[in-house]
Write a protein that binds this ligand. Structure first.
Ligand code: CMC
Length: 375
């Protein structure tokens, strides 16, 4: 068609304006509203940062406590959601369970426009859904949420049955704060597309969960650990990586669509791991192997500017905290749900249907599917 611009993968295209975050890919910087992430990474809680994203400023003490109470009160799951989770066979992965359970949250049913009340309900219940499913998988009773604990501490408490140590609390809180928001990333974009049709907040969020699950977006951290496990020690790294890169394998935890100089989250999570767990064997291995990976990526993929992305050190941090690998991506959903809801509300307030076009191409008729493609 006349005037139609094809941008493969929508690279270099802005689909909407946002007042939520500034993502500077060239400089490798992230700001939530006007606050650079470095400024609040250690001293703000999950709730305070969520409040900043949702309402535009950090809350004063009283407001902060009130917001924490609002979120805490919504942690409990309706019975039918628990029953829905119970129906799902153990082989169904946690992200699919999460998506289904979120879809079943009836207190946020089909209403336009979405509300902050619904957003609080979804964000509060996501950790409980994960903990409920995990308890069932482990064949034990659910540990019910505790109202006196904050969002981060309560999540760990529901998973482990104990109030977290200071190390667990600080490491997870920092991870959750740094990953709440990242502009028009694939899952957030998905959420906004769904919201732009005037569909409800639940549908927008469950669609976003589906997008986050993919290894090119949020599903990579467990694969990072697999790679580190296979490499085992730094002296084996080079040979292993050469084999992998020669067979065109992607090294999970590296490369980013927006960040070409550095992914600031990776730098901050690396600093966090070194500050609190420098002697941990996984931290040591990850730091040593990172250098080799970056060198070989530059050798095999020159000029692509492949940086260490958030998933590399996220996998290390979450593992040091004691989370199972199957919980890495769901834990990403715990934090990113804040950003999704902020974007859904922003989209709803300034809505215009998101509806890009496709370019018809006869050339694609003759393309045979690659050998690895499912029938
Ligand atoms: N290992 C090896 N080669 C890579 C990698 C990698 N991790 N990432 C990109 N490349 C190569 C790719 O094969 C391509 O090579 P060529 O030019 O020869 O075809 C080139 O670099 C450009 O890749 P692309 O797929 O066009 O780049 P993109 O901007 O579309 O992809 C990415 C970004 C994250 C999907 C990709 O870097 C990747 O697959 N990384 C591994 C998965 C991963 O770590 N995902 C988590 C991303 S961070 C979470 C988030 O913010 O969403």
């Amino acid at each position: 068609s006349r005037g139609l611009v094809l941008a493969d993968g929508l690279e270099g295209v802005a689909a909407f304006e946002t007042g939520l975050s500034l993502i500077d890919g060239d400089e490798g910087r992230i700001s939530y509203r006007d606050y650079p992430a470095e400024a609040f990474q250690y001293d703000k809680s999950f709730e305070e940062v969520a409040y900043l994203l949702w309402y535009g400023k950090f809350p004063m003490t009283e407001k902060s406590e009130e917001f924490q109470r609002i979120l805490a009160a919504r942690r409990f799951l309706p019975k039918h959601v628990k029953l829905t989770v119970d129906q799902m066979p153990a082989e169904v992965d946690m992200m699919s369970v999460l998506q289904t359970a979120v879809s079943a949250l009836k207190d946020c049913e089909s209403i336009w426009p979405p509300s902050w009340d619904q957003a609080s309900s979804i964000v509060s219940k996501i950790p409980t859904i994960i903990a409920y499913r995990q308890a069932r998988l482990e064949g034990r009773e659910m540990i019910e949420p505790r109202l006196d604990l904050n969002h981060t501490a309560n999540y760990l408490y529901m998973l482990f049955g104990e109030v977290p140590t200071e190390l667990q609390q600080t490491m997870l809180e920092t991870y959750l704060v740094l990953t709440q928001e990242l502009g028009s990333n694939p899952s957030t974009f998905t959420a906004r597309v769904v919201a732009s049709t005037r569909s409800d907040l639940i549908s927008s969020t469950s669609a976003a969960i589906g997008a986050l699950k993919g290894p090119l977006h949020g599903g990579a951290p467990s694969e990072v650990l697999e790679i580190l496990r296979e490499i085992k020690s730094v002296d084996r790294a080079e040979a292993w990586l050469r084999r992998a890169l020669e067979s065109d394998r992607r090294i999970m935890g590296f490369g980013h669509r927006i960040f070409k100089r550095q992914d600031p989250r990776s730098a901050m999570l690396k600093a966090l791991a070194l500050r609190f767990a420098a002697d941990h064997p996984l931290v040591k291995l990850a730091v040593e192997v990172e250098e080799t990976i970056l060198r070989l990526l530059e050798e095999y993929k020159p000029g692509r500017r492949l940086v260490t992305n958030v998933d590399y050190y996220a996998s290390v941090v979450l593992s040091v905290i004691g989370l199972k690998e199957s919980l890495f991506t769901p834990t990403f959903a715990v934090s990113r749900s804040v950003g999704w809801c902020a974007h859904i509300m922003e989209q709803a307030m300034h809505n215009r249907l998101i509806y890009p076009q496709a370019v018809y191409s006869r050339d694609l008729h003759s393309h045979r599917p690659p050998a690895w493609f499912g029938r």
